[in-house]
Design a protein around this ligand. Structure first.
Ligand code: 13P
Ligand code: SF4
Length: 340
């Protein structure tokens, strides 16, 4: 029934409506989308969209990023605005701003902030204001190299695993990186470390990817000799090191698509995507490293999508103030230009 409502509303709005879906959305949502992709692919598409109504099926920072780069005549919606990202919540803008200011002041160095796209708009604003930028899991290597060239050091946030995995790929040695130990009490911020490293890392993580363990990889390798293991780079470094490959959600999809029929592939990422790959590639043995659902991604369903589409003209949409938007847009566009 909800799917009929969605189909009717899509027909009613035609090209004036675009529904976008992140790869972690359930099949019941993905089948209604005009575009699906990883966070980089979707961010790239926003500026090209002609549609006046953009409905983002994903988590809140994704819709908010779309609202930052949208044109004036466009409106961006998310079917459930409470669909947050646990990791994004670990780096609130006021704290990022305070910590960055403290580091710059105490170290006397030019520190470039580089925010994973999984952050609130106001964090991207801080990055834009300090000559920094944004990255996704698909371009973290390129963006970290870029950021390292812009100053004396980089503050990478909020995902420590993505930072460490990217540093490993770029050959940044242990002695040149440090995970910050931030203590905040009211207005007082304490970072009890010497801030002289090249790569300063925010201590955030994704609970969904942190659940994957090396012991799970080892038992699958023992059970399926010759199997391949691929994981998302939000997983802990020891897991990425033990895997045959790691990359964004689009990388994982391509890995499966390019593998020969009959392959056994163990995948360490969100369950909706692994289940979809299992259905789409019945000639391959696709196994989740373990079940790990992003409960925020799962908040978007056919019911709230249908209800939104029925009330598009009056529904509240995602917006950010000009003060937040301009520097955040600069940060996002730096990324799109560096990775054009
Ligand atoms: P992608 O960059 O692969 O789309 O991943 C986004 C995300 O939230 C992963 O947890
Ligand atoms: Fe955020 Fe993790 Fe969910 Fe991705 S999987 S949206 S990083 S909580």
């Amino acid at each position: 029934m909800y799917s009929d409502i969605i189909a009717d509303q899509k027909k009613k709005y035609g090209n004036r409506l675009a529904i976008l879906g992140h790869h972690y959305q359930s099949d019941e949502i993905i089948r209604h989308t005009d575009l699906k992709g990883d966070s980089l692919e979707l961010a790239r598409q926003i500026e090209k969209l002609e549609a006046e109504y953009i409905v983002f099926c994903g988590v809140h920072f994704m819709a908010e990023s779309a609202a930052i780069v949208r044109r004036k005549n466009q409106k961006v919606y998310i079917p459930d605005a409470s669909a947050g990202c646990v990791m994004a919540n670990m780096a609130p803008a006021y704290l990022v701003d305070k910590v960055l200011t403290k580091i710059i002041k105490e170290s006397g160095r030019k520190i470039i902030p580089l925010a994973y796209v999984n952050t609130p708009a106001a964090v991207k604003t801080v990055c834009g204001k300090h000559g920094g930028s944004v990255c996704t899991s698909a371009n973290a290597e390129k963006m970290l190299s870029w950021a390292l060239e812009q100053g004396d050091g980089v503050l990478f946030l909020p995902d420590k695993n993505l930072a460490l995995n990217t540093a490993d790929k770029l050959g940044i040695p242990d002695e040149k990186r440090m995970i910050l130990n931030i203590r905040a009490q009211g207005d007082q911020i304490d970072v009890q470390q010497t801030l002289d490293k090249k790569l300063l890392i925010w201590p955030g993580l994704c609970a969904i990817h942190q659940r994957f363990k090396l012991s799970q990889v080892e038992s699958f390798r023992a059970k399926y000799p010759g199997c391949k293991v691929v994981v998302h780079p939000e997983c802990p470094p020891e897991l990425v090191e033990a895997a045959d490959g790691d990359g964004s959600t689009s990388y994982l999809i391509k890995y499966v698509a390019d593998s020969p029929a009959g392959s056994t592939i163990i995948i360490g990422t969100e369950t909706n995507l692994v289940n979809r790959l299992k259905n789409e590639f019945p000639d391959k043995n696709i196994i989740p490293l373990r079940i790990s659902v992003c409960s925020n991604m799962a908040k978007i369903n056919e019911k709230n999508l249908a209800e939104l589409l029925q009330n598009l003209e009056t529904a509240s949409f995602e917006d950010v103030s000009d003060e937040i938007r301009e520097p955040a847009r600069i940060a996002l566009e730096r990324m799109l230009q560096v990775c054009a």
